[in-house]
Design a protein around this ligand. Structure first.
Ligand code: TXA
Ligand code: MG
Length: 327
């Protein structure tokens, strides 16, 4: 593996390698992705292998512009173009009818494909220079925490990728919102970096997949996902103030107020996601906190639920999935 700073020469090199079948980890505004040429079945197969990802879990195809979209999917109706105009580039993934050229391996045999135009300038430049759509799941082993820094990728997948392009820490820090436009009603399959309210302001009410429903239609809905190795327990907001941790329990608080309210409970270490209780800041800090705590060998991690609004929904979704590991 080679770690590359995003200089023009390095981007040109990584883009060429990408087009020719290499695996290139790249920064996006949400999390780091593990990129491969979406039209190259062997390269895509290596992505599944590197992540130990089951082949029933389809990948997101990343594009640099709307011409890229036209090569992999089509818009039917007016919702797609309106959403794309408002939110692309950005943290929104659309599920659309796929073009024949997209290999079935990318979509796990579905006749739909997940498409996203990322906003991170390094990601867009890499995709543009490569000249191909880029299939990229989050650059973590399947089921584990997503990476929001190049070091996270190096640590988790360093021996299984060809290049990691270092674009610094990810701004948003949780994965994109996945919105299914192929169903009868637009349906959020995974809450993420674009708040539901922003979508609803534009196109009216959308459904949110009920995670208690028996069969996940999007494996991001699998219950145990985004999980650290350390057991994680999720607490209602404010409840850590009354908690009685045993030895070696690390706490994650939303804000400084919560931490202060729980002073003296005896946590082994404490992390505050956003001192001033800002949901965006908390989301950006989430995976860094979990990676750090997971590397420190604590007995358990106890985390506080965020307010269920804006990016809080996406953070709570990740914490909830992290907390049900093994159950
Ligand atoms: O922010 C993100 O979305 C990041 C960055 C790298 O772009 N990518 C990411 O990819 O999170 P991944 O593979 O970890 O998650 C993709 C999600 C999965 O839950 C997958 O099941 C769902 O999208 N998905 C992909 N194609 C689908 C399809 N055709 N129908 C339904 N769900 C699909
Ligand atoms: Mg993922």
């Amino acid at each position: 593996m080679e770690l590359l700073e995003p200089t023009p020469a390095n981007l040109a090199r990584a883009a060429r390698a990408l087009a020719e079948g290499s695996l290139v980890a790249l920064p996006t505004e949400t999390v780091y992705g593990l990129g491969a040429n979406a039209f190259d079945v062997d390269a895509v197969a290596r992505v599944f292998e590197a992540k130990r990802r089951p082949s029933f879990d389809p990948l997101i195809v990343h594009i640099a512009d709307l011409e890229g979209l036209d090569r992999v999917a089509e818009f039917r109706g007016s919702l797609g173009p309106r959403l794309a105009a408002a939110f692309w580039p950005g943290p929104l993934t659309l599920i659309l009818p796929k073009r024949e050229a997209v290999p079935g391996l990318v979509t796990s045999g579905l006749d739909t494909v997940a498409v996203r135009m990322p906003a991170h300038p390094v990601a867009r430049e890499l995709i543009r220079l490569s000249g191909v759509p880029v299939a990229a799941p989050s650059a973590n082993p399947f089921g584990y925490l997503s990476p929001t820094r190049a070091e996270h990728v190096a640590k988790m997948l360093g021996d299984r990728v060809d290049f990691i392009v270092d674009g610094g820490p990810c701004d948003i820090g949780v994965e994109s919102t996945v919105l299914d436009l192929s169903s009868e009603r637009p349906t959020i399959l995974r809450p993420g970096g674009l708040p539901r309210s922003a979508i609803e302001e534009l196109i009216g009410s959308v459904d949110l997949v009920d995670r208690s429903s028996a069969l996940p239609t999007s494996p991001g809905q699998l219950e145990s996902h985004y999980a650290p190795r350390t057991p994680l327990r999720l607490f209602e907001a404010g409840a850590l103030a009354r908690a009685t941790p045993g030895r070696g329990v690390a706490a994650i608080f939303f804000d400084e107020g919560s931490r202060r309210a729980a002073a003296g409970r005896g946590f082994a270490t404490e992390i505050v996601l956003s001192p001033g209780a800002e949901l965006r800041e908390a989301a950006a800090a989430l995976f860094v906190a979990l990676h750090d705590l997971d590397a420190s060998g604590w007995a358990e991690i106890w985390a506080e639920r965020l307010p269920s609004e804006g990016l809080g929904l996406a953070v709570n979704d990740r914490l909830w999935k992290a907390s049900t590991k093994g159950s």
